[in-house]
Ligand binder design. Structure first.
Ligand SMILES: C[S@@+](CC[C@H](N)C(=O)[O-])C[C@H]1O[C@@H](n2cnc3c(N)ncnc32)[C@H](O)[C@@H]1O
Length: 208
C-alpha cells in the first residue's frame, strides 16, 4: 500500500511512525518539521498504519465529517487539498478554528452532518469523504452526504459499534451498517481497527 504524497514514515525517538508536515496540534512529537501521526489517536492514522487501501494519493478535495478538535483533520489538511471539516459541537470547533489558523486549506464548519443541506452552499463536489462521527445512525450520515462525492470519489469511514448500540455484538452492528451503506455505496474494503481502536470498523467505499 502506498502512502499518500505528503505522508511519510519517519523516526521518532528511534521508532518509525507515520508523519505529515505542519504545525503540531495535540502534543505529538515533531522532528525536522514532521509531526508524528499517532494511530491510537486517529482512526484514519490507524487505517494507514494497518495497510488499508484508502485510495488517498494526496492533494484531494476532502469533506471530513466529525472533525472534533482537529487531531486527524489537521494531518489530512497537511497533505490534501481543500478540506471542509464539519463538527456540530461548539467546544471542539473552537479548538478547530485555532488548528485552521495555521492551515489555509482547512475550512471548519460548525454544522450537523445529518443536515447536509445546511452546508451544501459552501462545499464543492469532493474526491473524498472521511467520516468519524461517534453517533447513532452512522450509515444515515454517510448516505446523506453521498451527494457531495464525485462519481469516482471515495468514502473512508470509521464505524464505532458502541455508538450504534452498546449492548449488541459489534460484528452484528457492522453487518447492519454495511448493508445499509450498500444501498448507495460499493464497499471496496472493510477491516477492524484493533489494536489501535477497539470495536471500530474501517470501511472504504465508492458511490454506486
Ligand atoms: C470520535 S470524535 C472524532 C475524532 C476526530 N475525527 C479525530 O480523529 O480527530 C466524533 C466527533 O463527531 C462529532 N459528531 C457526532 N455527531 C455529529 C454530527 N451529527 N454532526 C457533526 N459532528 C458530529 C462529535 O461531536 C465528535 O466531536
Amino acid at each position: 500500500m502506498t502512502l499518500p504524497h505528503g505522508v511519510e514514515r519517519r523516526a521518532f525517538d528511534g521508532t518509525e511512525s507515520l508523519a505529515t508536515q505542519g504545525e503540531p496540534v495535540y502534543g505529538e512529537s515533531v522532528e525536522d518539521g514532521w509531526r508524528q501521526w499517532v494511530p491510537e489517536r486517529s482512526k484514519l492514522g490507524a487505517m494507514l498504519e494497518l495497510g488499508v487501501d484508502t485510495g488517498l494519493a494526496g492533494g484531494e478535495t476532502v469533506l471530513y465529517l466529525g472533525a472534533a478538535s482537529g487531531t486527524t483533520v489537521s494531518h489530512v489538511a497537511d497533505f490534501a487539498g481543500p478540506t471542509y471539516a464539519v463538527e456540530f459541537a461548539a467546544r471542539p470547533t473552537r479548538d478547530l478554528l485555532d488548528v485552521a489558523a495555521d492551515r489555509h486549506r482547512l475550512f471548519p464548519l460548525l454544522k450537523d452532518a445529518r443536515a447536509p443541506e445546511t452546508y451544501a452552499h459552501v462545499v464543492e463536489p469532493v474526491d473524498v469523504i472521511v467520516q468519524d462521527v461517534a453517533t447513532r445512525g452512522q450509515a444515515d450520515v454517510a448516505l446523506a452526504n453521498h451527494r457531495f462525492l464525485q462519481d469516482d470519489g471515495r468514502l473512508i469511514m470509521a464505524v464505532k459499534a458502541r455508538s450504534e448500540d452498546v449492548t449488541r455484538d459489534p460484528d452484528d452492528v457492522f453487518a447492519d451498517v454495511t448493508d445499509q451503506l450498500e444501498t448507495e455505496y460499493e464497499i471496496l474494503e472493510s477491516r477492524r481497527l484493533e489494536p489501535f481502536h477497539d470495536d471500530h470498523l474501517a470501511v472504504i467505499a465508492c458511490p454506486r
